[in-house]
Structures are given as structure tokens and as C-alpha cells.
Design a protein around this ligand. Structure first.
Ligand code: GLU
Length: 481
């Protein structure tokens, strides 16, 4: 049997990390089992659903390369894939539930419900709808509705006893029916409610596995009851642990960006994000932290996912990002950083350096940056702007007169060929260390500061060789007159 998994986001906000992780786990499992991954847009809440949020969902999926076999964009045999376009389908099943006695019209007004809620509050009991219209005559109810009265449709749930559901991650979970109550299937304006539409869609789309956030676990008894009432076979369920911030509270804006696209803009690579998200809640056999996509697919299994909350650690994500940056081919790296470099900066670099030198600069960048957005700062050293260089130097409080070896350095640089290499520079620096008897750090660091205006950076000899004899002598002239 082909496994069929679905990602069912509601387009009521920007795509956030938890939602993208749910998509990824469904996608990974579908890939592993050579099954189908589809995307269904759950836009029944027409007031809160917006096209721009749907765009943000597809932008996030595309960024990570999570391709859909079926979706509103690519179509498929089980469409439409937007709930707002499935109203007729839902009505058929609503009618079926009314006729079979599982659904009933409820005329309780907002005031009635508020009074019930107040009563529960006073009695310090959790609120559960009373089931007031549960046994109301259907013919009479239909007449009232036909006469224009507003009513919602509710599902008749068992009122006592317990139900035990099976979750692939959590095992058996038991719920008390007395705490659930008759829930809404369809609102008075004809809009299907979430717990109903999701069941009809999962059944008609032949979904075999539902992987989603833990916040949906409590919906299972309701959804399973609807599956049963409609005579559908339910899929298997897996509820993923919540993503938590470092303080162990639910991940929110307070902990940094939650909108996936902000990570793209901040210069994270999709490979790193994908690897990191896959390990949020799942520890692969062997405990590896860096697992490229094909290995992730091979290693992934739903029942290995942990049930306790997964802490989002941006430091680990950043570390992985650096690792994936180093793994890129030189050409791929250059291709990825281009959008992060302003045209003016690029033009300046091309004016100052030949192709080979540009490649060396890119190589240095690839070996040292953590985010693609660091490129602009990184390149500053190589863009010969004496004014900015001097400002940086002044801000660091650098005092040339305290570095007696600078004149020795000047002499040695003067003696170099115009096209000197990083190796030639290494020889010079080591000579200075030997001749002055100063430690390496006492020579290398001040020279880096003096020549670049930065306290740290990539390999010093290579940087100095790239800056070139002319630039070094001019800056030395500015420092020691
Ligand atoms: N549309 C729901 C949400 O965005 C997900 C429903 C489901 O996965 O069953 O939270």
C-alpha cells in the first residue's frame, strides 16, 4: 500500500518553525516509504485566512525543497486541495450525519452558552457544552431552520466513559468523554468546523498517516468518532512534541524569529535548516547531529520521535549553518552569496582584484563565515576605503607609536616583490617575531589591526597578500608618517 501523508496548514499567519517542522516530518516519511506528500490548505476560517499567508507557506516549502506531489498549485486526483473549495463535499457528509442521527441542530444562543460557561466557572468545573438540544426532534429542528432560525450542527459524543487512542509517538492515550462534550461540526453560516472537515478530507484523500503538532492530540477522540460515524477507516496518528524556547516555554517571538522566511533572509542555508528541524524532537540512531538529506530520509522513523518538548537552539542551528557553508562547492558558495552582496560592493571588488584573487577572497569567506549575511562585513577589509579603515582603527584606540616593529614591517614590505604571496608574508612575519623577540600574538594581532582595522578575521597572511604591497605601504605611511 502506498503511504499518503499530508501537510495541512491554515493560512492565518506566516509560516512558522513548528508548522514547517510538521511539513518536514510528513515529507521525510513519505520519501522514506516512497509514498505521496500532499499539501492541503485549511482555509475554512475565511476571515483570518489570507492569500499572502498561503504564499508564505509555499515559499517556505520551496526554500527547503519540500516538493508536493499534490497541492492547490500542482493539482492531483483528490482535489480540490483548498478546504474553501470543498463546501459541497462537506455538505454531503453533514447530511449523512444528520440522517444517521450523529449530528443535531443546536439553537443555543451565545448568551445561553455564556451562562453555561459562567455556571461551570462558579462550580470550578471545566466547561463542557451541556448537550441541551441533543434530543430535540429533528423534524421540528429542520422547520425552525427553514423558517430562518440560526443553528449550528453538533456531533453527538458519548457522554461518559473513556476512550483510548493510539499515537505512534506517545502510545496509548486515554480521554474522558465527560470532558469532551458535543462539538460543532458546522457553523450557522454553513462553514464546516475544523474537526469535521479534517476527517472528511483525510478520509477522501486516502491519508494513511497524520503527523502534526501535539496541540492536536486532544482532537483525536472527536475526529475518531467522526471517522467511525461516517464508516471511514482512520489513518495512524503521530503527534510531535512542541518546540520550546531556551527557557522551556512555548517558542514565540520572544525567542527570536518564528517566521521561517526570516531565517532565509538572515543567511541560513536551507540544508542547515532542514537538518536542524529534522532533529527537533528526533534523535537518529548513533546520535549524529549533522545528517545530510539522503541520510535523514534513510534514518527517519516516526516511532523514534521523542514525546517531550524540543528546545530550539539557535546556536546549534548556526553551527550547522557554518558546517553546511564549508561543504558547498566553491561555485555553489559564490552562487549563494551573490544575493547578499550589494552591487556597488561587487563592482568595487571586481575593480580591485583579478579573478584569481576574487576566488581567493571567496575561499576565505567560505572558510570563515557562519551566515551568508556576514558577507558584506567580511568584504569590507578588501574594499580599499581608507576613510572607513581609519575610522575603524580610531574606534579601536590603536596607537601606532606603541608598536615599534611597524617600521621594521615597513622595511620588509618595501623589499617584497609587487606580486608577493601569502607564504612570502609568513616569512616576513616570522622574521619580525625572531628579530624582536616578541611573541607571535604580540606581532600578528597588532599587524592585523594596523593593516585592516579589524581585530579578527580570516587567515592573516592571505588577507595581507590580497590587500597587496601598494595598499599596505600606503596604510603604513598613514600610521607612522
Ligand atoms: N490546519 C491545522 C493547523 O494548521 C492542522 C490540522 C491537522 O494537521 O490535522 O493547525
Amino acid at each position: 500500500m502506498t503511504v499518503r501523508l499530508r501537510f495541512a496548514p491554515s493560512p492565518t499567519g506566516n509560516l512558522h518553525l513548528g508548522t514547517l517542522r510538521a511539513a518536514l516530518f510528513n515529507w521525510l516519511y513519505a520519501q522514506k516509504k516512497k509514498g505521496v506528500f500532499l499539501c492541503r490548505i485549511e482555509d475554512t476560517d475565511l476571515q483570518r485566512s489570507e492569500a499572502r499567508f498561503e504564499d508564505s507557506i509555499f515559499e517556505g516549502l520551496a526554500w527547503l525543497g519540500l516538493t508536493c506531489d499534490e497541492s492547490p498549485m500542482v493539482g492531483g486526483d483528490f482535489g480540490p486541495y483548498r478546504q474553501s473549495e470543498r463546501r459541497g463535499i462537506y455538505q454531503t457528509y453533514i447530511d449523512q450525519l444528520i440522517e444517521s442521527g450523529y449530528a443535531y441542530y443546536c439553537f443555543a444562543t451565545p448568551e445561553d452558552l455564556e451562562a453555561e460557561r459562567e455556571e461551570a466557572k462558579k462550580a470550578k468545573k471545566p466547561y463542557v457544552y451541556s448537550g441541551k438540544y441533543r434530543d430535540y426532534f429533528l423534524d421540528e429542528a429542520k422547520q425552525r431552520v427553514q423558517a430562518g432560525e440560526k443553528a449550528v450542527l453538533r456531533f453527538k459524543m458519548p457522554q461518559s466513559g473513556t476512550v483510548t487512542v493510539h499515537d505512534l509517538i506517545r502510545g496509548e492515550v486515554t480521554f474522558d468523554y465527560a470532558l469532551i462534550g458535543d462539538f460543532i461540526l458546522q457553523k450557522s453560516d454553513g462553514t464546516p468546523a475544523f474537526n469535521f472537515a479534517v476527517v472528511v478530507d483525510d478520509a477522501l484523500m486516502n491519508i494513511t498517516h497524520v503527523i502534526r503538532g501535539e496541540d492536536h492530540l486532544s482532537n483525536m477522540p472527536r475526529q475518531l468518532a467522526v471517522f467511525e460515524a461516517l464508516g471511514f477507516e482512520p489513518p495512524q496518528f503521530a503527534h510531535l512534541p512542541m518546540i520550546l524556547g531556551a527557557d522551556k516555554s512555548k517558542l514565540s517571538k520572544r525567542h527570536g524569529a518564528t517566521n521561517v522566511i526570516e531565517y532565509k533572509e538572515q543567511g541560513f542555508l536551507p540544508e542547515a535548516m532542514l537538518n536542524y528541524l529534522a532533529l527537533l524532537g528526533w534523535t537518529p540512531f548513533g546520535g549524529h547531529e549533522k545528517l545530510p538529506l539522503q541520510d535523514l530520509i534513510q534514518a527517519f522513523d516516526i516511532d523514534q520521535v521523542n514525546s517531550s518538548g524540543a528546545v530550539f537552539d539557535v546556536k546549534k542551528l548556526s553551527w550547522l549553518n557554518g558546517q553546511y557553508i564549508r561543504d558547498l562547492s566553491a561555485t555553489d558558495f559564490q552562487h549563494r552569496v551573490v544575493p547578499f552582496i550589494a552591487t556597488t560592493v561587487m563592482n568595487k571588488l571586481k575593480d580591485l582584484y583579478n579573478d584569481l584573487q576574487l576566488q581567493q577572497i571567496m575561499g576565505l569567506a567560505q572558510a570563515s563565515i557562519t551566515f551568508l549575511t556576514e558577507m558584506e562585513d567580511f568584504l569590507q577589509v578588501f574594499i580599499e576605503e581608507d576613510r572607513a579603515y581609519q575610522q575603524r582603527l580610531n574606534a579601536l584606540g590603536f596607537k601606532p607609536e606603541e608598536q615599534a616593529f611597524l617600521s621594521l614591517f615597513t622595511q620588509k614590505v618595501t623589499g617584497l616583490d609587487a606580486a608577493f604571496s601569502a607564504q612570502d608574508m609568513k616569512v616576513i612575519l616570522e622574521e619580525i617575531v625572531a628579530e624582536t623577540g616578541l611573541g607571535k600574538g604580540k606581532v600578528f594581532r597588532p599587524i592585523r589591526i594596523a593593516m585592516t582595522g579589524f581585530q579578527s578575521g580570516p587567515d592573516l597572511m592571505q588577507v595581507l597578500a590580497l590587500l597587496g604591497k601598494g595598499c599596505l605601504l600606503r596604510r603604513l605611511g598613514m600610521l607612522i608618517g
